[in-house]
Design a protein around this ligand. Structure first.
Ligand code: MN
Length: 128
């Protein structure tokens, strides 16, 4: 069972290589186990198969929009409990509403503030 695993799995769905590397490094250094997808379709497949403890979802993805992917995951019985944190390029109020409407639990705007980023992840992991 999942509770016997010491490390929490976090799935990153992000197409930008630099941002992906930054986020992955930060999470690994912080003791998390990381899964990666670089497009929405792969992200959905990995999420359904692996059921990670949390998903970091980029909004702008090459195929499936990140918000669409979030909506799908929140509509599936086995994945809807997984917290989804959106990664957005803009910190606009309109954006926040869209992110919430898609069922995301939180959002983090880029560029990432490391302290805020790690605190947000920890909060959503333990509140699961
Ligand atoms: Mn992107």
């Amino acid at each position: 069972m999942r509770s016997r695993k010491s490390k929490k799995d976090i799935l990153i769905i992000e197409d930008d290589p630099r941002n992906l590397k930054l986020v992955r490094d930060l999470l690994q250094v912080s003791g998390y186990s990381v899964l990666v997808a670089t497009n929405g379709r792969d992200g959905l497949e990995i999420a359904k198969k692996e059921r990670p403890h949390l998903i970091l979802m980029d909004i702008q993805l090459p195929d499936l929009d990140g918000l669409e992917a979030a909506k799908i995951l929140k509509s599936i019985k086995t994945t809807k409990i997984i917290p989804i944190i959106a990664l957005t390029a803009y910190a606009m109020e309109k954006d926040e509403q869209r992110v919430r409407n898609a069922g995301c639990d939180a959002y983090i705007s880029k560029p990432i503030n490391v302290k805020h980023f790690l605190r947000t992840i920890k909060y959503h992991l333990i509140s699961k």
